[in-house]
Design a protein around this ligand. Structure first.
Ligand SMILES: [Zn+2]
Ligand SMILES: [Zn+2]
Length: 138
């Protein structure tokens, strides 16, 4: 595919110290309702776009918090914006927060996951598939 037609997504934190660029289409986009994301972001649900590591160029210093035995969450140490998620069970992949994109409307979610943990007052009128935990793999 010629470079000019390859989609690219740019984003960053609230203060601008962290900027990133993801080239090419994401592998998936989704809204996570799990308790870990909810607490880490202090938000009722979190939208993620998954890319391969090679697609993502990170600029600026991020701080990484090991939120579980397998998971690591990257955020701006100055303003606190959550930027990425990596985990041992998704080697070579990185989730970027759609909310930190400059143009988040360009990456709408494809499904919901960990919907079994969703808040009772959080209902999206999008008709997208709801997966109780992780979506079926393959
Ligand atoms: Zn910042
Ligand atoms: Zn989650």
């Amino acid at each position: 595919m010629p470079e000019s037609t390859t989609p690219a997504y740019e984003g960053g934190c609230q203060c601008g110290a962290v900027r990133y660029r993801a080239s090419g289409a994401p592998l998936m986009t989704a809204i996570c309702h799990c308790r870990m994301c909810r607490r880490a972001h202090a938000a009722p649900a979190v939208a993620w776009a998954m890319f391969s590591e090679e697609q993502v160029r990170m600029g600026g210093e991020t701080q990484v918090y090991p939120s579980s035995a397998e998971g690591r969450r990257g955020f701006c140490p100055r303003c606190g914006t959550q930027i990425f998620f990596r985990a041992d069970y998704i080697p070579g992949l990185v989730d970027l927060t759609i909310g930190s994109l400059d143009q988040p409307d360009t990456l709408p979610p494809q499904f919901h996951y960990w919907h079994a943990e969703h808040l009772s007052w959080v209902e999206f009128a999008d008709g997208l598939p709801r997966h109780a935990a992780f979506p079926p793999q393959g």
